[in-house]
Design a protein around this ligand. Structure first.
Ligand SMILES: Nc1ncnc2c1ncn2[C@@H]1O[C@H](COP(=O)(O)OP(=O)(O)OP(=O)(O)O)[C@@H](O)[C@H]1O
Ligand SMILES: [Mg+2]
Length: 374
């Protein structure tokens, strides 16, 4: 077959299927520099997503993806795709040290405790994170395991406990995103849980302890990262949509006006007179408290370096101050563009997009990292 578009081996496309939009970014790696080639997003407009037939939802995702790829002139490049955090599981489990063959069985047994569905319906990967020579993988899907750099932190002797990073996602979700992206003509190189993409773009190898809070449209993903390794992960079934609902209730205006009002740039969260009461933010604060206390309890004397906010809702004016006040910790807005060379014509726009592109960038960065290793 005549090849119209030559595959660009040093270009990497990250595709984030969010509930509100699909975000796409294209990075290249040239002369030891990671360069932003292009980015784009398409709003899905799926307010009634819950009532949609799966076939109609599939059609919307299909059409939207093709539209944005055509607009960005992306025809042939290795693609890296995310699965929403809430669809999968990332857990650190502790087991007694044992030979690799026994470990596979023990991990599958442990996984059952976390995952209600049948094991043959999920892709399961694991890695010993504190005893590198015993690492292994249950090969259900070659594309599916992703982790930040794993550290050989301690020399666990026999009889000691070992820490295992367990990653799982439904096979049907993996196949679904694979089908969508291959159907749009791209070569799917890897599919990973967005939890890993976010941690890669916002923390990467940075030493220290960070708690990432990615607040999207309908979900919030909390990721505790220590020395580049995920230590805890929680997903909350709520996000920016609930902030819009709180504005609707407070001001008694329509949803579309409330959405505009939310983005107007006024600090409605920390106002002295009548601050907006947002139950979902309190819910997130409560969960953050629990994650931080559990970490400090387990690692006596350790401290958190910062809470890093990301997702579209991190653009809300005053949200940094809100969390800092509620938690008494240092809070900052994540910058997933920090290691990427951005041309002057695109710089103002990437600034406006801020941390909402953390997933897409983390995915494309995985391509760059894999390429550098070759
Ligand atoms: N400037 C802004 N101020 C306040 N909220 C904003 C702003 N810009 C975007 N948002 C909110 O961010 C949310 C979208 O975030 P994001 O793009 O991260 O979601 P998503 O990835 O599509 O959804 P999810 O991760 O839940 O699947 C929406 O609720 C939107 O209203
Ligand atoms: Mg998202």
């Amino acid at each position: 077959m005549l090849e119209l578009f030559k595959i660009k081996k040093n270009h990497f496309v990250g595709i984030d299927f969010g509930t509100a939009s699909i975000k796409v970014v294209e990075l290249s790696y040239v002369d030891q520099k990671t360069i932003l080639e292009n980015y784009g997003f398409v709003e899905l407009g799926l307010a009634n997503r819950g009532n949609m037939k799966p076939t109609s939802l599939e059609q919307v995702l299909n059409d939207s993806l093709k539209k944005i790829l055509a607009k960005m002139n992306i025809h042939n490049a290795p693609a890296f795709v995310s699965i929403p955090g809430f669809s999968g599981l990332v857990a650190i489990i502790e087991l007694p040290s044992m030979p690799a063959e026994d470990l596979t069985k023990a991990i599958q047994f442990e996984a059952h405790k976390y995952i209600p569905s049948a094991l043959d319906e999920i892709a399961l990967s694991w890695e010993v994170v504190e005893k590198k020579e015993e690492q292994g993988e249950v090969k259900d899907n070659d594309n599916f395991i992703s982790k930040l750099k794993l550290k050989n932190e301690s020399d666990s002797k026999s009889g000691e406990k070992i820490k295992v990073l367990l990653v799982a996602a439904p096979k049907k979700d993996i196949e679904h995103y694979d089908r969508l992206v291959s159907g749009a003509g791209l070569e799917v190189k890897a599919i990973e849980l967005e939890t890993f993409s976010i941690a890669r773009s916002l923390v990467g190898d940075e030493p220290g302890v960070f708690l990432i809070v990615d607040i999207g449209s309908r979900t919030t993903n909390l990721i505790l990262v220590e020395k580049g390794l995920i230590q805890a992960n929680r997903n909350i079934d709520a996000g920016g949509e609930e902030i819009t609902s709180a504005i609707v209730d407070m001001l008694r205006i329509s949803r579309s006006r409330a959405e505009v009002f939310k983005k107007e740039g006024k600090d409605i969260l920390n106002s002295n007179e009548s601050p907006l009461v947002v139950p979902v933010l309190d819910l997130i604060v409560g969960e953050l408290h629990r994650v931080i206390s559990a970490y400090k309890e387990k690692n006596k004397g350790s401290k958190l370096d910062a809470i890093i906010l990301s997702g579209g809702t991190s653009k809300m004016v005053g949200i940094e101050e809100y969390f800092a006040h509620a938690l008494g910790e240092e809070v900052r807005i994540g910058n997933p563009w920090r290691a990427i060379a951005v041309g002057s014509e695109m710089a103002p726009l990437t600034k406006a997009l801020g941390a909402s592109f953390a997933v897409a960038l983390g995915l494309a960065l995985r391509g760059v990292e894999d390429y550098k290793k070759k």
